[in-house]
Design a protein around this ligand. Structure first.
Ligand SMILES: NC(=O)c1ccc[n+]([C@@H]2O[C@H](COP(=O)([O-])OP(=O)(O)OC[C@H]3O[C@@H](n4cnc5c(N)ncnc54)[C@H](OP(=O)(O)O)[C@@H]3O)[C@@H](O)[C@H]2O)c1
Length: 300
């Protein structure tokens, strides 16, 4: 298969690249697949003509994995048009191209399509109701994809991504913990931190799975995150515990820590569907966090 992966410099794009290039995990032999990783310099999703030009000048792909997105949740409130172009209109264009090329599309979406008011983990069939611009643009992308690709597409919604790459909560908290004696962290937003390498593994597992192999299958949404539910406050405390950083962490409410974009309160997602269909093993958040932090330490 010729597989195009967008967002090659992002957390998920780099995690997929790392696995494909090193192929260290037993059973992950992707050698029969030809992966092409692209960043905005090759394929700029903010430009309709760049997208047309890229696909017009390259051979047909069998699969497109869209890891690129406008992900700066607070900045999205100001840059609505740009975020909408990347998270919605570019996805629509990619879906149209994939459909014309008879390629499959795996698109990554977010827990932020939900309002966070549910008291039980969200199912794929629950009605989205985003409460910020980022969530609205991502939902518009999902809907455009669903309309254009009733077959041959998968949407994977994930939760609180972190990795050894780019900017994320783990790296920010580690830096702040070394600079300060005390930190206030929000304790009334609940989710499941997801290590980008775990999600990358899941995507590569899906590609290999016999249930993904054949064209013509109905579009599906899947939820994937790690196991268990925690707050950002508990996440920060665990990061300091692993790294043995002596910094006091104090819980605050979202109201005490206002941000330009409102955050959903509880975006836990039910993962039963992806487990059942693709036999996916859900990672434990603490062991994945330990793995990521050990790699970060090696890099220092
Ligand atoms: N991060 C999270 O907590 C989180 C949570 C739930 C869902 N998700 C979803 O998971 C997916 C992967 O997220 P991530 O954390 O890996 O994101 P990320 O690290 O922010 O990477 C996003 C990538 O998109 C690229 N991009 C942005 N604008 C572009 C443009 N105009 N043209 C082409 N590429 C462009 C960026 O390129 P540059 O490197 O050049 O800027 C970057 O490589 C996204 O769909 C995101 O919405 C993320």
């Amino acid at each position: 298969m010729r597989i195009l992966v967008t967002g090659k410099n992002g957390q998920l794009g780099r995690s997929i690249q790392n696995i494909v290039n090193t192929d260290t995990k037993i059973g992950n032999n992707q050698s029969t697949n030809n992966f092409i990783f692209v960043g905005r310099e090759d394929l700029d999703l903010s430009s309709k003509s760049s997208i047309s030009h890229y696909f017009g000048n390259n051979d047909k792909f069998d699969l497109i994995i869209n890891c690129a997105a406008y992900t700066q949740v607070d900045k999205t409130e100001q840059e609505v048009e740009l975020a909408s172009q990347i998270n919605h209109l570019a996805v629509k264009q990619l879906a149209s191209i994939a459909s014309n090329q008879q390629a499959r599309l795996i698109h990554i979406s977010t827990d932020y399509v939900f309002d966070g008011e549910s008291n039980k983990p969200y199912l794929e069939t629950d009605t989205p109701n985003p409460i910020n611009t980022y969530g609205r643009t991502k939902l518009a992308g999902e809907k455009a994809l669903q309309a254009l690709m009733p077959i041959n597409a998968i949407i994977i919604r994930t939760n609180w991504l972190y990795s050894e790459y780019g900017n994320n909560f783990v790296k920010t908290i580690l830096r702040l913990g070394k600079e300060r004696d005390e930190l206030k962290v929000v304790s009334d937003q609940i989710g499941s931190p997801t290590y980008a390498t775990d999600l990358a593994d899941v995507i590569l597992e899906i590609i290999k799975h016999k249930k993904f192999r054949y064209l013509g299958q109905t579009m599906q949404i899947y939820h994937y995150s790690s196991e268990e539910e925690i707050s950002w406050y508990e996440f920060a405390k665990e990061i300091f515990k692993i790294e043995k950083i002596d910094c006091e962490v104090n819980p605050v409410t979202s109201q005490q820590y206002p941000t330009p974009a409102k955050r959903p309160r509880n975006t836990l997602m039910n993962k039963d569907k992806i487990v059942k269909v693709f036999n996916i093993k859900i990672s434990n958040w603490k062991s994945s966090l330990n793995t990521c932090m050990a790699i970060l330490k090696q890099k220092q």
